[in-house]
Design a binder for this molecule. Structure first.
Ligand code: ADP
Ligand code: MG
Length: 384
C-alpha cells in the first residue's frame, strides 16, 4: 500500500485531473501532474506540474523519480508512455486497458469478445471497407465515428443512405472510423465501477444521462429505469472491469433501446463526467476511489447519500458575460464546481452544478432551476 504522505503521479491536468488531485491532496498525498498546458486546471492542486509533452523522456524520468505510483485522467495518453512508466512504477489502469479504450475498433472488438452486447458496427480503415461496414450495420440509419480521439460528439457524422457514406468518410478526413447502427434510444444510463489491486469491485448507483448535441447535459441518480435494469448494467460493468483486469475507476456508458435492449455504447478508463455527482452525493467519490485503487487502499463505500442531479456548465453560458453565480447558489441543495478554465468557448466544459433533494425528480428540478438562474438577466440587462 502506498500511504498518505506519498507522492503520486497523474498524466493529464484537465478537470478530471483537477478533481482527482483535490481528493488526493485532501487525503494527504502529493500529486505530480504531467501536462504540457501551462494553464492545466489540475495544476492548482499539484505539488509539481511538469509542463512537457507526453512522450518527453526527461518528463517521464521525473515522474518515475518523484512518484510512487502513476494514474491517468486522459485516455489518449500514448500507450508507450504508460508502458515506459510501468517498467519502473505501478501504473493503474494498465497501458493495455487504456489502449483498449483508445480506439473504437479495439474497444468494440474487446467488448464483443467478452460477450458484451453493442450496437451492430463495422470497421472502416479505407474506402474499400465502406460496403462491408454498411452491410454490417444492417443498412439503415447509421453514424460514422472516428476510431480515435473523439469526445463530446466530435468526429461523428450521421449517415442515412449508402451513397452518403463515402462523403461522410471524407468529411472525417479519411481516418480510421467505425460505422455504427443508429439505434432508437429509450434512455442512456451509465455505471461507474472501481476495481482494486486485489480484484475487489464496487459500483455506484446507476446514473441516467441526457445528452444535448452529443455532449452530456445532465445526470440524475438514481436512474428511473428500475432495479432490474440497474442491476443488469452494474453486472455488465463488473464483467468488463474483470475482463480488462482493470485497476482503477472505469466509466461504462449504456444505451437502453426502445425495444428494451441494454447495449454498451463506450467505456472510459478513468472517472467520467456522469460520475461527478459522487463528489457530493456518495460516501466515496469516484476520484477518491481512483486514489484508493491506485495506492492499493481498500475501496470505499459507494452508497448514495441523497438523490442527486448534475448539470454541466458549458462555455456557452458565458455568452452574455459572467453567469449569475449568486442566483444559482440561492437554490437550496445546489453545489457549484468550477474547473478554473479562463477561456469559456462554446461547448467547452467549464464546470458543473450538483443538486441534492429528497427524490431524483426534485433534485433535477433544483439543478435545472439553478442552471436557468445562471443566465437570467434581470430587466433584460446584458451585462454579467
Ligand atoms: P463521445 O465519445 O463523443 O461521448 P458517443 O459515442 O458516446 O461519443 O456519442 C455521443 C452521444 O451520441 C451518445 O451519448 C448518444 O446520445 C449519441 N449516439 C452515439 N452513437 C449512437 C448510436 N449508435 N445510436 C444512437 N445514438 C447514438
Ligand atoms: Mg460518450
Amino acid at each position: 500500500m502506498i500511504l498518505p504522505g506519498a507522492t503520486i503521479g497523474l498524466l493529464g491536468g484537465g478537470q478530471l485531473g483537477r478533481m482527482f488531485a483535490a481528493e488526493a491532496v485532501r487525503m494527504g498525498y502529493k500529486v505530480v501532474v504531467l501536462d504540457p498546458d501551462p494553464h492545466a486546471p489540475a495544476a492548482v492542486h499539484a505539488w509539481r506540474h511538469v509542463q512537457r509533452p507526453w512522450t518527453d523522456p526527461e518528463a517521464l524520468q521525473q515522474l518515475v523519480e518523484q512518484t510512487a505510483a502513476i494514474t491517468t485522467e486522459f485516455e489518449n495518453v500514448p500507450a508507450e508512455t504508460l508502458r515506459a512508466l510501468a517498467a519502473h512504477r505501478p501504473v493503474r489502469p494498465s497501458a493495455d486497458a487504456v489502449a483498449a479504450c483508445q480506439d473504437r475498433r479495439s474497444e468494440k472488438a474487446f467488448l464483443n469478445t467478452a460477450r458484451v452486447e453493442t450496437v451492430a458496427w463495422g470497421a472502416i480503415s479505407s474506402p474499400v471497407d465502406l460496403d462491408n461496414a454498411w452491410k454490417a450495420v444492417g443498412g439503415g440509419a447509421a453514424i460514422l465515428k472516428t476510431a480515435r480521439l473523439g469526445y463530446d460528439g466530435k468526429g461523428q457524422v450521421l449517415v442515412d443512405a449508402p451513397d452518403a457514406l463515402e462523403a461522410a468518410f471524407e468529411k472525417l478526413g479519411g481516418v480510421a472510423c467505425v460505422l455504427e447502427a443508429r439505434v432508437a434510444l429509450a434512455r442512456e444510463i451509465s455505471v461507474m465501477v472501481a476495481r482494486g489491486v486485489d480484484g475487489a469491485m464496487a459500483t455506484w448507483p446507476v446514473g441516467e444521462n441526457v445528452h444535448r448535441g452529443g455532449i452530456l447535459h445532465s445526470t440524475v441518480v438514481p436512474s428511473a429505469g428500475g432495479d432490474q435494469l440497474a442491476d443488469q448494467a452494474r453486472g455488465i460493468a463488473q464483467e468488463i472491469a474483470s475482463a480488462l483486469e482493470y485497476v482503477g475507476v472505469l466509466g461504462v456508458e449504456f444505451f437502453v433501446t426502445t425495444d428494451g435492449a441494454l447495449l454498451v455504447n463506450e467505456i472510459a478508463p478513468r472517472p467520467h463526467n456522469s460520475g461527478h455527482w459522487t463528489l457530493d452525493a456518495s460516501v466515496t467519490s469516484q476520484f477518491e476511489q481512483q486514489v484508493r485503487a491506485l495506492t492499493g487502499l481498500p475501496l470505499g463505500d459507494t452508497a448514495l447519500l441523497r438523490p442527486a442531479a448534475m448539470i454541466n456548465l458549458l462555455g456557452d453560458l458565458w455568452a452574455q458575460g459572467e453567469p449569475e453565480w449568486g442566483a444559482a447558489l440561492a437554490v437550496p441543495g445546489v453545489r457549484l464546481h468550477l474547473y478554473g478554465k479562463t477561456e469559456p468557448r462554446p461547448g467547452r466544459k467549464m464546470g458543473h452544478l450538483t443538486a441534492m433533494a429528497g427524490s431524483a425528480p426534485e433534485a433535477l428540478a433544483a439543478a435545472t432551476k439553478a442552471w436557468d438562474a445562471l443566465t437570467h438577466r434581470p430587466n433584460g440587462s446584458t451585462t454579467g
